[in-house]
Design a protein around this ligand. Structure first.
Ligand code: NAP
Length: 306
């Protein structure tokens, strides 16, 4: 029997730990403040931002969304970020990605004050991560480390394989595992013998955005498998193949027009892993919880620095 690593349970534990810290800040001075900049009308981004705002409200964090049109220029967006950087009631500034094509995303992310960079994407905080110095860590990988910690999954001395090398997930994930003393291999689209390399992983993290790509061949028996992938499948035949005709999943597809699938084959993962994160309900809930955690930590730091 494999253990299901329940992200919702870990999320709730993270949020419950934050509640007294938010209460203490609010009593001593003011509620922590998060500003989210959402450019344009991308439906997926709108859902992400709505969920972030809702999590803030639930926790007592003061949030605000700034929603400029998708015709905004880089300079105009830089001015908005600059103003949020100067606001004393704002502890965290988050610019929701992706930005429209005409906007220079790198310049915008570089403009967020490093001490308000609750996503952990600013190059200075990337440097802090590489050097193992304190600073906000990217939320999804930080949430995965918290999940491993809460389930007491040993990392020290283990062989960890991370598939995906994005700045948001793959690279910071590999660095956090490295700092926790795993022996880490990073794989990507040009990796030779990907199944063979993945099979070396006692901890296997999949973050490619390729529905159910890692099948039994890629999974070492007894591995701990972390499936970061969030892929929406709309094709019924594909869903039937991936979920082996599961009536429940196909009913979800019929009802909603799509069904969520990770980057790892869900049935093979269940059969071969000793523990795994399901999709949905595994990694997904952790990201926003860690955003809240980074915001509270930033507020504590700002109020201590005053
Ligand atoms: P990304 O920026 O598109 O990066 C994907 C990475 O996977 C790249 O490094 C790419 O390699 C690698 N890759 C793609 N196809 C591959 C293949 N066939 N074999 C080996 N490697 C391959 O994606 P991301 O932002 O890191 O996100 C990855 C997945 O995680 C997506 O499904 C995303 O929706 C999900 N995600 C979930 C959460 C959450 O909260 N649960 C948060 C963030 C992301 P190259 O570098 O060589 O191109």
């Amino acid at each position: 029997m494999s253990t299901i690593l329940d992200g919702s349970r870990v999320r709730d534990a993270i949020l419950n730990d934050l509640r007294p810290r938010v209460a203490a800040l609010t009593a001593a001075s003011r509620a922590p403040g998060l500003a989210v900049v959402l450019v344009g009308n991308d439906p997926a981004s709108q859902i992400y931002v709505r969920n972030k705002v809702k999590a803030c409200a639930d926790l007592g964090i003061a949030s605000q969304s700034i929603t400029p049109p998708d015709t905004i220029s880089t300079e105009e967006l830089l001015a908005i970020v600059g103003e949020l950087n100067r606001r004393p009631d704002v502890d965290g500034v988050l610019v929701q990605l992706p930005l429209p094509q005409q906007v220079d995303s790198r310049r915008v992310l570089l403009a967020v004050a490093p001490e308000k960079d609750v996503d952990g994407f600013h190059p200075m905080n990337v440097g802090n991560l590489v050097a193992g110095r304190p600073g906000p860590r990217p939320c999804t990988p930080a949430g995965i480390m918290e999940l491993l910690r809460q389930y007491q999954i040993p990392v020290l001395g283990k062989r960890a394989v991370v598939v995906g090398r994005s700045d948001i997930v793959g690279k910071p994930m590999a660095l956090l595992l490295l700092h926790a003393h795993a022996t880490v291999t990073i794989c990507h689209s040009r990796t030779a013998d990907l199944p063979g390399v993945c099979r070396e992983g006692e901890i296997l993290v999949a973050a490619m955005g390729r529905p159910a790509m890692l099948t039994a061949d890629y999974i070492r028996p007894g591995a701990v498998v972390i499936d970061v992938g969030m892929n929406r499948i709309t094709d019924r035949a594909e869903a039937a193949r991936i979920f082996r005709d599961s009536a429940e999943r196909l009913a979800t597809l019929d009802r909603r027009g799509s069904v969520l699938v990770g980057d790892v084959d869900p049935i093979d993962m269940q059969e071969k892993a000793s523990a795994y994160t399901p999709v949905p309900g595994g990694v997904g809930p952790l990201t926003i919880a860690m955003l809240m955690s980074n915001t509270v930590a930033a507020a504590e730091q700002h109020l201590a620095d005053r």
